[in-house]
Ligand binder design. Structure first.
Ligand code: IVH
Length: 721
């Protein structure tokens, strides 16, 4: 598909974009391609074909411009595809009519044996750098000294795009050739590849009241770049195929543009921003900004953040503003470029050998730095996930000193081949946690040590198991790193439902050493609680009472509250129904019998291998079993579920819509207490759907499945037996 963004309705009022009035070509958009009929290609005369092909090209170019340059299409994808198809059809029937600037020529050109070279008419210079405000002010003072004036003058301030500099040559409005910067004097001929960049117009626009003058020759300079999103996608694909990753969007853009096979270039979502000209025949500009406005009018893509500032202080403000925007933009910047706006002044200032004296690259803080991995430490998160963290030789990145960087997981370490002692590139983007980006392999001395995850949890000594790419500690009930998370989950409404035990309290009890594992909740004493800050007789009484009240959970709630990885409410229900009590899991010798147990679990409908594994791991961890025993000793009921126990025994209920006399939670609890199951979603296993007021989509699905639907009243009667 050509246009990802879909426009279904065409509007008559077209906006001005970048102050360019939009003038429509003859056929657009009122004569939409979706309703237009075309003569059979076989019956076209050459003259008719020529005329139609020219019109189609103009129309397609216009839509490409709207879409790729202005980001504001006025045609649907399908409409656009129809235009392209028609043009391809004509060109196929009349190959003599194909022109090199036809939009059909953007893709599919043959691979080149090697690049030719192109000499730049005027050298492509580079820029002097400044890394601080003071250096930027010094640049301004230097200019004033040179001009022997104290008077202020305007700068054009532009984002400095992190990509690859190119030159595009247009002759009589048609894209003729394009090249890389090369050594500044001669570059590589990458014409075919640049044709595939959708925002490079193959024809300059010259339409409307304010007709852009089309010079005999126009050399445009700009930066080709790969948007961040495209970069991520390409690297994700390369990773899948096991190909080496691009280290940053700039390398990816350069690699894509310097492909000998333009079809590969065409598959990469490259883009361009133009910021200058080389030789221009027949147009005079008096300021840099005037020239940029002209480029926009001619349909060339210019960065919308470019602005004119009155003084160097204005430029410094601009630098700050753009640095603040940096994270939000879809492309990478490495600074701003300041250019004296007045071209006569530029002329006066002239050049040094490689840099113009009238321009400056005012850099941002770099986001990447090189440093050494001194060691690798393993952290345990609240969920029990083990994360390897590189301990670094301290280094400043983006103005912040970093000493640690995440390595994500073992798979990532293996893929990047990070070893202790390695020299690495670390990256920090905005507030994101710094990460080890890649290893500088040239710096290896052979003494670096590979790393593997520990077999036991560094926090609690429980066994470590790998699920997907992540290593997890299996000691969920006792691991101190997971304690906060475990307790929050354990006491939550849908689990043991301990009212009044909020996160803040848990934090307090843990900090004070009153709670070291979940079972300790049931050993809390009023006397200990009232001694703590912000507690009084009454509140302590209330808490002790709600802890007492939570001692008689249903089996599903008890299983759910243990926080076994992969065992949510639904799975807890499945296990409760199938095994009827916790005892089958608590048998001594579970460890010796792991495989058999796993198989037994997998035989139950709805339990996959990963969940089976995780359940067996959980119960074979002695630390967990100890805590479960401790719970039992504290008087927590371990319900056994026998057939024929409750009036709703074995029946599955689903609730939809608002109930009048119960809260959803109450209703579910009631079902469970009476031996039934509260289903989380519609499925054919549901026996009764209880429909409250204004039921939602679950109701329609239940109806479609032909499930039995009952009212709240009927449900009440069933519960009451
Ligand atoms: S002007 C004589 N403007 O930065 C002026 N360059 O370090 C020459 N760049 O080779 C360049 N954005 O690849 C200019 N808005 C911008 C730019 C820009 C990125 C790159 C360009 C150039 C390099 C110079």
């Amino acid at each position: 598909m050509h246009h990802p963004g879909q426009i279904d309705e065409l509007t008559d009022v077209l906006p001005c974009v970048n102050n360019i009035p939009i003038i429509l070509p003859i056929n657009t958009p009122h004569n939409t391609p979706m309703t237009r009929t075309w003569k059979d290609v076989e019956r076209l005369t050459v003259k008719e074909a020529l005329k139609e092909a020219e019109e189609l090209r103009e129309e397609i170019n216009f839509h490409n411009y709207r879409y790729y340059t202005l980001d504001s299409p006025v045609i649907s994808d399908a409409g656009f595809d129809r235009l392209m198809l028609r043009l391809e059809e004509i060109e196929e029937r009349f190959p003599g009519l194909v022109t090199p600037d036809s939009p059909t020529q953007r893709v599919g050109a043959k691979p080149l044996p090697e690049f030719g070279t192109i000499k730049h008419t005027l050298p492509m210079l580079s820029l002097d750098n400044a890394f601080s405000e003071e250096e930027a002010r010094e640049f301004d003072r230097r200019i004033k000294r040179f001009l022997k004036t104290a008077q202020e003058f305007e700068y054009v301030a532009e984002p400095k795009i992190d990509g690859l500099a190119v030159e595009l040559v247009y002759e009589n409005g048609a894209f003729k050739s394009g090249s890389t910067r090369g050594d500044g004097y001669t570059g590589e001929d990458i014409t075919q590849n640049l044709r595939t960049v959708k925002s490079v117009p193959l024809r300059l626009l010259s339409r409307g009241k304010e007709k852009a003058i089309i010079p005999r020759r126009l050399e445009v300079r700009g930066e080709v770049y790969l948007p961040k999103e495209g970069f991520r996608k390409i690297n994700a694909e390369r990773e899948k195929k096991g190909e080496p990753l691009f280290s940053n969007p700039r390398n990816a853009a350069a690699g894509s543009l310097r492909q000998l096979d333009p079809r590969i270039t065409a598959s990469r979502p490259l883009d361009i921003f133009c910021y200058g000209v080389g030789r221009v025949d027949g147009i005079q500009f008096s300021t840099h900004m005037e020239m940029l406005e002209y480029l926009k009018k001619a349909g060339i893509k210019v960065n919308p953040l470019i602005d004119v500032v009155d003084t160097i202080e204005g430029a410094i403000k601009y630098h700050k503003k753009i640095e603040g925007l940096r994270e939000k933009l879809g492309y990478k910047l490495d600074g701003v470029v300041l250019k004296v706006n007045n071209l006569a002044l530029q002329e006066k200032l002239g050049m040094r050998t490689r840099n113009p004296k009238w321009a400056l690259a005012f850099k941002f803080e770099p986001e990447q730095e090189t440093t050494v991995v001194k060691g690798i430490e393993v952290g345990v998160g609240r969920t029990g996930a083990l994360t390897p963290v590189a301990l670094l030789e301290p280094v400043t990145v983006g103005g912040v000193t970093i000493e640690r960087a995440t390595l994500h997981n073992q798979d990532d370490i293996d893929r990047k081949d990070v070893r202790i002692g390695d020299t690495v590139i670390v990256e920090r983007a905005g507030d994101v946690i710094p990460e080890v980006f890649c290893v500088v392999k040239d710096r290896r001395r052979g003494t670096e040590k590979p790393f593997t995850m520990p077999a036991v949890c560094p926090e609690c000594g429980s066994k470590v198991e790998k699920t997907g790419a992540i290593h997890f500690c299996t000691g969920g009930l006792s691991c101190p790193a997971q304690l906060m998370e475990t307790i929050s989950h354990f006491s939550s409404r849908r689990a043991m439902d301990i009212e009044g035990l909020g996160e803040k309290h848990v934090e307090q009890f843990v900090k004070d050493g009153l709670i070291k594992d979940v079972a300790d909740i049931y050993y809390l004493k009023k006397d200990d609680i009232v001694k703590l800050e912000r507690w009084a007789e009454k509140s302590a009484d209330n808490l002790i009472e709600s802890i007492e009240k939570s001692k008689t959970p249903t089996l599903e709630r008890l299983i759910y509250s243990l926080g076994i990885r992969g065992v949510g409410e639904h799975m807890a229900g499945v296990l409760a129904r199938e095994f009827k009590s916790l005892s089958p899991f608590m048998k001594p010798g579970m460890e010796a019998n792991m495989e058999a147990k796993e198989e037994e679990l997998m035989a139950v409908h709805g339990i996959g291998p990963e969940t089976a594994r995780s359940i067996v791991d959980f119960f074979s961890e002695p630390q967990n079993v100890k805590v479960i025993e401790k719970l039992r000793k504290a008087g927590v009921g371990f319900p056994g579920k026998k057939a024929g126990q409750g009036v709703l025994d074995g029946k599955t209920f689903l609730f939809t819509g608002a109930l009048r006399t119960f809260s959803r939670e109450e209703a579910k609890r009631l079902v469970e207490e009476k031996g039934g199951i509260a289903a989380p979603a519609v499925s054919k296993n549901v026996d009764y759907v209880v429909a409250g007021e204004s039921p939602g989509s679950k109701y329609d699905k239940a109806k479609a499945l032909g499930l039995k639907i009952i009212s709240e009243e009927e449900f009440r009667k069933m519960v009451q037996g």
